[in-house]
Design a protein around this ligand. Structure first.
Ligand SMILES: [Mg+2]
Length: 186
């Protein structure tokens, strides 16, 4: 798929996973405090660029560390405040952050790959059209989430085995959000 052929404009929405797309994912751990939160290189700049192209940018993130009692919702808010402050300082914007605090085994409708967070977003922003939306994530559950809603899907990965196994539901693979944002350079 050539994303340039889609003619993305302000009627489009960008859905972003957080861990592994925006910030460095911690192996077998959760980002529990602002100090744990480290942007992946180039991300604030990429978001500034994408903010000028997409009508809305929405984060959808599974945060089962809350359900497991390893962190609180107020700690998550502090992490997000740090993230947003930096993004805004560099001229980008995030319209809304949705998170699912439930443990995997609770199988809640809001936990990706289920689509609850996207439905919450469309309720709050009724102009969102999933067919004119792109979901970017580093897990196959993000890709399934996007495909269930007929979004375009972008996989942030260099795991060739995983990419090949799931090629039918991945529209585009990139190494980073920054690389994705460069698609829209003139
Ligand atoms: Mg992720």
């Amino acid at each position: 798929m050539n994303l340039k052929d889609l003619k993305v404009d302000k009627s489009w929405t960008l859905f972003l996973d957080r861990d592994g797309v925006i910030n460095v994912r911690l192996i077998d751990d959760y980002v529990k405090t602002p100090d744990d939160f480290k942007f992946i290189d180039g991300v604030p700049k990429a978001i500034r660029h994408l903010s000028a192209i997409f009508g809305r940018i929405i984060i959808v993130t599974n945060q089962q560390g809350i359900g497991k009692g390893l962190m609180t919702e107020s700690e998550l808010k502090k992490v997000h405040n740090k993230m947003l402050a930096r993004i805004i300082m560099l001229g980008g914007k995030i319209d809304r952050i949705y998170y699912s605090p439930f443990k995997k085994e609770e199988n809640d409708i809001t936990r990706k790959p289920q689509i609850g967070m996207a439905l919450q977003a469309r309720k709050e922003f009724p102009e969102i059209n999933f067919k004119k939306s792109i979901m970017i994530g580093d897990s196959i559950s993000d890709i399934i989430f996007g495909k269930k809603l007929n979004m375009k899907t972008v996989f942030v990965s260099n795991d060739l085995a995983l990419i090949n196994k799931n090629f039918k539901i991945i529209d585009l693979t990139v190494n980073s959000l920054y690389e994705f944002s460069e698609i829209f350079n003139k």
